[in-house]
Design a protein around this ligand. Structure first.
Ligand code: MN
Length: 141
């Protein structure tokens, strides 16, 4: 079982959210790496090179958008898809996540039934030419 699916890194300061996402993804057979801060998330990303990074936007000290910009500027990490997971619903939030370099956006509260499918779509970005515009799950949401 283990090893078939690449690890997914979830960077989130809220414990309950981490537990929920871990449960859903582990039930789907994914290996889940967790970080409770942007700083530790960056370190784990550099060490483990996950297939997908999901990042909370609202975190103390270093927010998810700043972290995303840092990871996209890191040539060892820039190829890894990053999905923002956030409760922010204000106008312009989606544009801000894109501007920071996020490859997608999943809104909280997480839809437990839909979430595995969303993650699967984003994981496919790993194997896709980054220049293939229009193929992003962004387009259908
Ligand atoms: Mn948070």
């Amino acid at each position: 079982m283990a090893g078939d699916n690449p690890p997914i890194l979830y960077i989130e300061d809220n414990f309950e959210n981490r537990v929920l996402v871990r449960r859903i993804l582990q039930a789907e057979g994914y290996e889940v790496l967790e970080a409770d801060s942007a700083q530790s998330g960056l370190r784990i990303a550099q060490e483990q090179k996950p297939a997908l990074i999901m990042v909370d936007i609202n975190m103390p000290e270093l927010d998810g958008l700043t972290l995303t910009s840092m990871m996209k500027a890191d040539r060892s990490l820039s190829h890894i898809p990053i999905v923002a997971i956030t409760a922010n619903v204000m106008r312009g939030d989606r544009e801000r996540t894109l501007a920071a370099g996020c490859d997608g956006y999943i809104q909280k509260p997480i839809d437990v039934d839909l979430f595995p499918q969303q993650v699967h779509q984003f994981l496919e970005l790993t194997h896709r030419d980054s220049q293939a515009e229009g193929a992003s799950p962004w387009q259908s949401t």
